[in-house]
Write a protein that binds this ligand. Structure first.
Ligand code: URA
Ligand code: CA
Length: 433
């Protein structure tokens, strides 16, 4: 087999065989295939595409390029959830205990990540004492006992994806749906998921700005799952404005507690119930979506969901007292309200710009080396469609930086106020199985 022939085949729009895809992935990880040939293939795929069978073969080859996590000693169907990334997306922190509380085993591996706020692990680390560094045996034991444990990413998960992503990043080939779908799915498969619920975001704050692209991405991942014998459900949800009201690590833990207690933001609660119902269905603890939804709501109102969260964080050395006293979470030294310059209806809140402002306040990492401020972030007081009076607070800034006024203009630019009430947008556009 020659790399040259694989490149020319894809350049001419032909399908690659499983052997060819495997040859390329193996050879690239082993550094036997140079970057220039791998780049040429990525560009050929970008321009010519791949069908779902090719995507599944690429997914499998990338997953098997490193460690494959074995969760077989955990009882029950291991359901994982993945979001394509949004602003202030607190769902994992809520969903993990919520779904575990009705019996779905959650064996979650999470990362720190770059972006507007930290990843799930950063958020959890804002809980005093919490440790994501647990040994494999303990991880398995905790999931079997409590139905939930969250561990930081260790080992060598899908190294082929890491290498190829860096290459795509500098060769203008990131925005290819077959490559994105295979990249996401390879990491979930390597992490041991038997069933996967995907939250594909669309809108100004999402990777997929257009609904149609989000649908194709979701469909592609569902089909990859079919080829690989994994059940996958995907929903397409709105990311034109930030989700919920909190953007920032410890602020999002507070927000998660509110949802688990039953008094969270409407949009965030609804999205969690929707995603949670699909997880419960795939996990086999409910027969219909309605039944799953009722079980999740009952767990919130009985306090079971919150108790599962307490058991979870205390089992990983976290201070469970934050549940009744959220003020024990890290707090910023400057907490300043941003008043609205006019009266009117909020007609849009640009998620990405608000997320970027939160990052500048210290909530996220601009580069891998940046130090994150777990207390920093933004609390929204208004959401799209709400009425605001001139001088009334739009949001509150939380930061430890003395120059906290630096993002005010950016935030005011991100929030559009008009005289007319905007037409409301759906939170969930579509479900794909
Ligand atoms: N996220 C991923 O994990 N992979 C991609 O290729 C793009 C976004
Ligand atoms: Ca939020």
């Amino acid at each position: 087999m020659r790399m040259y022939d694989i490149i020319s085949k894809k350049r001419d729009g032909q399908m690659l065989t499983e052997e060819e895809i495997r040859y390329f992935v193996k050879g690239y990880v082993a550094q036997e295939i140079p970057d220039y040939q791998a780049s040429a293939l990525m560009m050929a795929i970008y321009l010519r595409g791949m069908d779902s069978r090719e995507c599944a073969d690429l997914t499998k080859a990338m997953a098997e390029s490193g460690d494959m996590i074995d969760l077989s000693s955990i009882n029950g169907i291991k359901v994982d959830k993945h979001s394509t990334g949004g602003v202030g997306d607190t769902t994992t922190i809520i969903l993990a205990p919520l779904v575990a509380s009705i019996g779905v085993p959650i064996a979650k591996m999470s990362g720190r990540g770059l972006g507007h706020t930290g990843g799930t692990i950063d958020k959890l680390e804002s809980i005093p004492g919490f440790t994501p560094e647990i040994q494999n045996e303990q991880f398995i034991r905790l999931v079997n006992e409590n139905k939930i444990a969250v561990v930081g990413q260790t080992g060598n998960l899908a190294p082929a994806d890491k290498l190829l992503y860096s290459l795509r990043d500098v060769t203008a080939t990131v925005d290819s749906i077959p490559l994105i779908a295979s990249s996401i799915m390879s990491k979930k498969i390597a992490a041991g998921a038997e069933a996967i619920v995907l939250d594909v975001k669309t809108g100004s704050g999402a990777f997929m700005k257009e609904l149609q692209d989000a649908e194709v991405l979701a469909q592609t991942m569902v089909e990859i799952g079919k080829h690989m014998g994994r059940q996958v459900s995907a929903i397409i949800s709105d990311m034109n404005e930030p989700l919920g009201k909190a953007i920032g690590n410890s602020l999002e833990i507070r927000e998660a507690l509110e949802v688990l207690r039953g008094d969270g933001s409407k949009d965030l609660t609804e999205l969690c119930l929707e995603l949670g119902s699909h997880m419960a269905l795939l996990g086999g603890v409910a027969k219909t979506k309605e039944e799953a939804w009722r079980q999740l709501e009952a767990s919130i109102s009985s306090g079971q969901a919150l108790e599962t969260f307490r058991t979870f964080i205390e089992s990983q050395n976290g201070d469970g007292r934050i549940i009744d006293k959220p003020d024990r979470l890290p707090q910023a030294s400057h907490i300043i309200e941003l008043p609205s310059p006019y009266s009117g209806f909020i007609s849009s809140m640009h998620a990405e710009k608000i997320g970027h402002a939160a990052m500048k306040l210290g909530a996220g990492r601009e580069t891998k080396e940046s130090v994150i401020d777990l207390a920093a972030g933004i609390m929204l007081h208004k959401k799209t469609g709400d009425y605001v009076k001139s001088g009334e607070a739009l949001l509150t800034i939380h930061t430890n930086l003395p120059e906290y006024g630096q993002v005010n203009d950016q935030l005011l630019d991100a929030i559009v106020i008009s005289n007319e009430k905007p037409i409301s947008r759906p939170l969930i556009y579509k479900t794909i199985h």
